[in-house]
Ligand binder design. Structure first.
Ligand code: AMP
Length: 398
């Protein structure tokens, strides 16, 4: 059984073709600069060989048509005919309160995703375009929506409500939703599988820290809280996002610097976080880390602001769950950086956590990095959102 996983952005279409029989990725890639001059499809076959296909892509339908041509071309050898694709799994960013799990896409589902556009004005329209491109190009193939928010829908009101007039929740749906759900879902389940722990009987904190970042508390199979909120801006400091700030800074800047609401929005999403504190030098953890290791003052301060924010959430979530059994580290930074893992884990001694320094010296694989005596197990699990989308898709069409 072959499943195509699609992640549509406003001008891009990422894809992975899975063989669910052996869980292998047969092909993957990204169509870039859709509807912009200089369109390009970057493709990778199952053996990791890369090729590029330049050519303007008028819209997502044309991008999908070209991707499918590549998948069936004898040179790429992924599949011999489109009939081999049994289902398509779509990453959809916002499912609001309407979707608590993945669903088969119908007209009603599309209408609900459309109704949720005010909550995700950049993402949901692109996701819908991706879905409609598939309906047009592969009319016989079922489409499944897998939502970034769905995993967090077990959160209770005491954790998802903001302390603003209740009418804004009731009328406009302003509440914490949380994002990266597919990643938190995957790594928490995988950690329990590796450790032989019962998911429904374990207190887990998952730390997804890459260019973007969020932390989630999962108790006995239910999400208790997660650091991203109404939008992905809340919580951790990120590559270019500020994460938590005093909300009164916004009217202050509007009054005193004359910034418009659009300028504030751009500042908080695109000019803040690592980039902002690093004086625009870089938004990448690797550069901050390099400076920190070399003892540079600016980088040391930035990395401490960053790790302090992570520690704040681990502390709060341990309190919310009245304890923690497993801490899972994932995504670009925590999968790869021994230095940043150590900075965080060394500060968890109060929890009875002990880091095994030798085991921590690696990148990008599944590995327990706490000692056997550690009261809490700390484990690195590389995330795999596409696998999770393929798995949900398979389960819904099988
Ligand atoms: P992701 O958003 O999960 O794809 O992660 C990408 C980010 O991970 C990059 O922007 C880097 O900031 C970070 N990253 C990747 N490799 C390393 C590394 N070796 N050390 C620290 N950060 C890294």
């Amino acid at each position: 059984m072959k499943i195509l996983v699609l992640n549509a952005g406003s001008s891009s279409l990422k894809y992975q073709l899975f063989n669910r029989d052996n869980n292998e990725v047969i092909a993957s890639g990204n169509a870039e600069r859709i509807a912009i001059d200089g369109g390009l499809i970057k493709h990778k076959d199952g053996q990791g060989n890369k090729s590029e296909f330049p050519g303007n892509l008028a819209d997502h339908s044309e991008a999908l048509t070209k991707i499918l041509e590549i998948l069936v071309s004898p040179e790429q050898g992924a599949i011999s005919s489109l009939e081999e694709i049994n289902a398509v799994g779509h990453r959809v960013v916002h499912g609001g309160e309407a979707f608590k799990s993945s669903v088969l896409i119908t007209d009603e589902v599309k209408n609900t995703i459309r109704d949720l556009i005010p909550l995700a004005p950049l993402h949901n329209p692109a996701n819908l375009i991706g879905i409609e491109a598939c309906e047009k190009t592969l009319p016989e193939v079922p489409n499944i929506a897998v939502f970034d928010t769905a995993f967090h829908q077990t959160m209770k009101p005491e954790h998802f409500l903001y302390a603003i007039p209740r009418e804004y929740y009731e009328k406009l749906g302003i509440r914490r939703y949380g994002f990266h759900g597919t990643s938190h879902d995957y790594v928490s389940h995988r950690a329990c599988e590796i450790l032989g722990k019962e998911y429904k009987n374990t207190k887990i904190i998952t730390c997804h820290v890459g260019n973007w970042g969020s932390i989630t508390a999962i108790k006995n199979g239910n999400v208790v809280n997660t650091s991203m909120g109404f939008t992905p801006l809340e919580g951790l400091m990120m590559g270019t996002r500020c994460g938590d700030i005093d909300p009164a800074i916004i009217p202050f800047l509007m009054k005193n610097e004359g910034l418009s609401i659009n300028e504030i929005d751009a500042m908080m999403n695109k000019k803040s976080g690592i980039l902002g504190l690093m004086n625009n030098i870089s938004s990448d953890h690797r550069e901050v880390e390099e400076g920190f290791v070399a003892g540079k003052e600016l980088e040391t301060e930035v990395i401490k602001v960053y790790t302090n924010r992570i520690l704040k959430y681990i502390g709060a979530y341990t309190a919310y769950m009245n304890g923690v059994n497993v801490i899972v580290l994932t995504a670009g930074t925590l999968e790869n950086s021994a230095v940043e893992r150590k900075l965080i884990v060394d500060q968890l001694e109060w929890l009875g956590v002990k880091l095994d320094e030798e085991k921590n010296n690696f990148r990008g694989e599944e590995r327990v990095i706490s000692t056997p005596e550690s009261k809490v197990t700390v484990i690195v699990v590389p995330t795999n959102e596409e696998y999770m989308i393929a798995k949900d898709t398979y389960e819904l069409v099988h």
